[in-house]
Design a protein around this ligand. Structure first.
Ligand code: GLY
Length: 381
């Protein structure tokens, strides 16, 4: 290894990679995070919903537990991060309202509510009138809803800026460089290969490069993390002076979600598209998102459209993240967070830092062993 050496080098400067770096640094390790454009991936394109209950899916019990635990960690994580960085993260606890536009939607919400109750989740079923009492900007035709007080939001871009600041203030080196591969010698990962033929030595390397985590050189084919890009398009809007807030709470329909920030900005998301690494913003998606938001909150037409964005979520074969040892000594994986990257940032960071320091994967991460796919592929189970 010719370049500098660290205890930990993290590949990927999104929320997950930076948070892993920061938590490793607060445990006394020398850390570098490598990313040519930190925050330009899924983190910057997210909406920042922290919504384990409203996004619950059938057959994802382990993932729900992980998401709920990370949501519980959020207040403490944010408090420590805001102190360490001197920046606000826009963490907002106003809850999430799922609404039905019509009788069909309401029947679907009835089934979802029954499932949420079966899981013991904290949910409240509302009539249309009660939804309107909570959010007067809703379409008067709204048929019913589910209110989830515990599903919050954070300003994902403010979170990222705070993580960069906390890392840099605490001594993490945030290197604006491209990692092209991992250096594997004698069956162990010894560090990271950078562009321009540089290398960084590392006792432990953490691969947290989102949907690009499968594209680095050096990993044996059977251990390459099976992540793929899942495109999401979103709209950013702003409430002009004199116009009342569109909503106080996150508002979700069955097709779109509307995330109102405290300062009048609003994010509307999101498409879910299997289009490879394409990040084109399409007119059709803008139309669908605006129409979906309008059906829930007609006042959206008064807002200024400030940005359209397309990002790439790191999808995995079972929609759950890959967290822990990669199958090669000295290399850990923290990717595949799919729709839950911002939500799962605190638990990923704490869990991976703990796995590095204690040399044992915490129990909460065990169901997300990265080799659950690759071991099968090479016939080890
Ligand atoms: N968690 C919201 C999304 O991925 O669109």
């Amino acid at each position: 290894m010719t370049g500098r050496s660290f205890d930990v080098v993290v590949i990927g400067g999104g929320a997950v990679g930076l948070a892993v770096g920061w938590r490793c640094r607060t445990r006394g390790l020398a850390v570098a995070v490598v990313d040519p454009a930190p925050g330009a991936g899924a983190t910057g394109a997210a909406a920042g919903m922290l919504a384990p209950v409203t996004e619950v899916h059938y057959g994802e019990d382990h993932l729900l537990e992980l998401c709920l635990e990370s949501a519980r960690m959020y207040p403490g994580f944010v408090e420590e991060l805001e102190t360490a960085s001197g920046r606000s993260t826009g963490y907002r606890r106003s809850g999430t309202l799922l609404v039905a536009r019509d009788a069909d939607d309401n029947a679907a919400l009835g089934e979802l509510y029954a499932f949420q109750q079966e899981l013991g989740l904290d949910v409240r079923r509302l009539r249309g009138r009660e939804c309107l009492e909570l959010e007067p900007g809703l379409a008067p035709s709204v048929r019913g809803g589910i209110f989830v007080a515990g599903d919050h939001q954070i300003d994902n871009r403010a979170l990222h800026a705070a993580l960069v600041a906390a890392c840099e203030r605490s001594g993490v080196e945030v290197m604006r460089r491209r990692a092209v591969g991992v250096v594997v010698e004698g069956g162990a990962c010894r560090g990271v290969a950078l562009d321009r033929d540089d290398t960084l030595g590392a006792e432990v390397t953490v691969l947290a490069a989102g949907c690009w985590s499968g594209s680095l050189h050096g990993l044996p084919q059977e251990l390459v993390p099976p992540v793929r890009p899942v495109k999401g398009q979103l709209l950013h809007l702003r409430t002009p002076p004199g116009i009342p807030p569109l909503a106080e709470r996150n508002v979700r329909g069955l097709e779109v979600y509307v995330v109102p920030r405290a300062d009048g900005r609003v994010v509307v998301g999101a498409t879910v598209e299997e289009k490879g690494f394409d990040t084109t913003v399409t007119a059709g998606a803008v139309l669908d998102l605006l129409r979906g938001a309008f059906e829930l909150l007609p006042g959206v037409t008064e807002l200024e459209l400030t940005e359209t964005v397309a990002g790439l979520r790191p999808g995995s074969p079972d929609n759950a993240p890959l967290l822990g040892p990669s199958g090669i000594e000295g290399l850990l994986i923290a990717t595949g967070h799919y729709r839950n990257g911002i939500l799962l940032t605190p638990i990923t960071a704490e869990g991976i830092a703990e796995a590095i320091v204690a040399r044992k994967v915490p129990a909460v991460l065990e169901p997300f062993d990265p080799v659950r796919f690759t071991a099968r592929a090479v016939g080890h189970d």
